[in-house]
Design a protein around this ligand. Sequence first.
Ligand code: TYD
Ligand code: MG
Length: 458
Amino acid sequence: MAGKAASYRCSECGHAALTWTGQCAGCGAWNTLEELSAPAARSGRRAAGKRAVGPKPVPLRDVKAERSQRLGTGIAELDRVLGGGLVPGSLVLLGGSPGIGKSTLAGMALANIGAAEHEVLYVSGEESASQVRRRAERLGQAALAVPILAEPALESVLAALESERPAACVIDSVQTLAIPDAAPGGVGAVREATSALLEAAKRLDVTLILIGHVTKEGSIAGPRALEHLVDCVLHFEGERERTFRTLRALKNRFGATSEVGVFEMRQGGLVEVADPSARFVGEARPAPGSVVLCAMEGTRPLLVEVQALVAPTEIVPPRRTATGIDRNRLALVLAVLTRHAGVSLSAADVFVNVAGGVRVDEPGADLAIALAVASAHSGRPLETDGKPLACFGEIGLTGEVRYVAHADRRVAEARKFGLSRVLGPPQGDEVIKGLSVVGSIKEALSGSATRGSLRRAA
Ligand code: TYD
Ligand code: MG
């Protein structure tokens, strides 16, 4: 008996289901399951007795490896996140909340590609041509040379791609593309537009950058299935009020997803921050509640300042606010501090913030969170020779400080910026010069590790 095939599919995330349900088990969206038409029965495969003639598979070694020349965007941080520039004929989805700088980044990239004598095209469905011109005026001459099509209709965009054949084209934004008989920005419309663009991009060898809005929950609005269609999903994030922005790849068919680009929004557009550690620790002062975290962003070490504030409160339950780190990590670290280091925080509000508006998503941040909170709690700064203390390491549920990768590079980065004292997890047999090993949270808070600073804390 043939296995039962899934006969419903979610139009939002592509989740397959055997039976219809009101809510998709894959993404939680409502009323998105659609019935699939039954596949035609495979008839008489065995009964025929002789082999059917079909396409002939070939060993991978005989497949011609196409190594197409990448298209440099002239923005080193962007090229690095892409894995070495744009791959011709690929589809890149650039997501981020409104006002973060998506149009600016895409406009700058197009300007540079155009300046390198490639045909480019900027399609704006979101802003009028004159609004786009005003942005370009801030970005310079090359940006003003970019041809624009202020046109939201998908049909016209496809026709323009066909006639202009640009090497790179920006669609700003994919949600504003209008399709006959569909509400713009709706799930169906966005997916249909993307599929049509995908087909055109591959056929005409156009590199497409699709700009997409991000919902409050942080996912790219419209169908999540969009992420499956494109080759590369980039996410531009940061806080609007702050100047620093980080660009990461959530998916990349042509490179790693661990690289992060750091930018700063200035008057004349986005400026790459080639040495973010210098920027982030430059402002760090040895004050109570401040500690420097040696984080890894992809293959690059990054120093950031983690700050904590602990204040007495009457509120039950007390406030726990995390900016730039995961809330759940904060909850875990606070519980471990209470249980294994005797730092009682039940009557205190706790705020933890990564300075500069950056986000750190790695377990190696735990020790920095713990030390910052303990320091804020005791009211004593963590310092050595007037410089802030640096640290990294994951904290386990039993209070142990656990191994995280790239200890050597983290320590080297801290020392490069003159931070002489670095606390971190045990490294097995390996000895890392300049690393002060701490095995547990208790040890980290003890006198010898922090040079007596926190003795009163525990
Ligand atoms: P924008 O690229 O329009 O954001 P998005 O497309 O993601 O919505 O730019 C966002 C902000 O950046 C806007 O508030 C103005 C500011 N900005 C500058 O500060 N300097 C500049 O040179 C440019 C072009 C924009
Ligand atoms: Mg925009």
